[in-house]
Design a protein around this ligand. Sequence first.
Ligand code: FES
Length: 179
Amino acid sequence: MAQDHAALPSKAADITPTPVRPGIDLQINGEAFHHTGDPEMPLLWYLRDVLRLNGTKYGGEHGEGGADLVLVNGKATSAISVTMSKLADKKITTVEGLTDRKGAGLHPLQQAFIDEDAIGCGYCTPGWLIASMDLLNRVKDPSDNDIDTLPNLCRCGCQTRVRKAVKRAAAAMKQGAKA
Ligand code: FES
């Protein structure tokens, strides 16, 4: 039986698919990434499910308790509450990004949390570290009241030791510990 080819494309160029949507370029812990998936995907799922950066935790659908905090251009931000579409050309730092990849070891904040035993089960710890980093970027010598303004919750009762850890880190950073 004869086939009707009239409706078929005449040139290969005619069948080049157009992209469904543009990708989103962003930087995470100093590395460039290009997200081509759902632009409404929360950043938390991109970090945990796509990149397998599991340090940032789920704390609730609105980021209650601060376990899902990351730095977006240096500002503590709920990773469940921000979608990939809002992150074009932004610089993200997760808790994994606080550690010096060139072998200088833990960030002074991480070391202070260890030294002050400010970690119970550890679920809230990445969020505390990120929120504390944001605080120390703004306030070099934070008071207990400053630390108490952080949105984080610890169900293991580490708040008092977190205060000490943040102050210890602030002192270390003032003395020139490498951040
Ligand atoms: S260390 Fe367990 S919730 Fe904070």
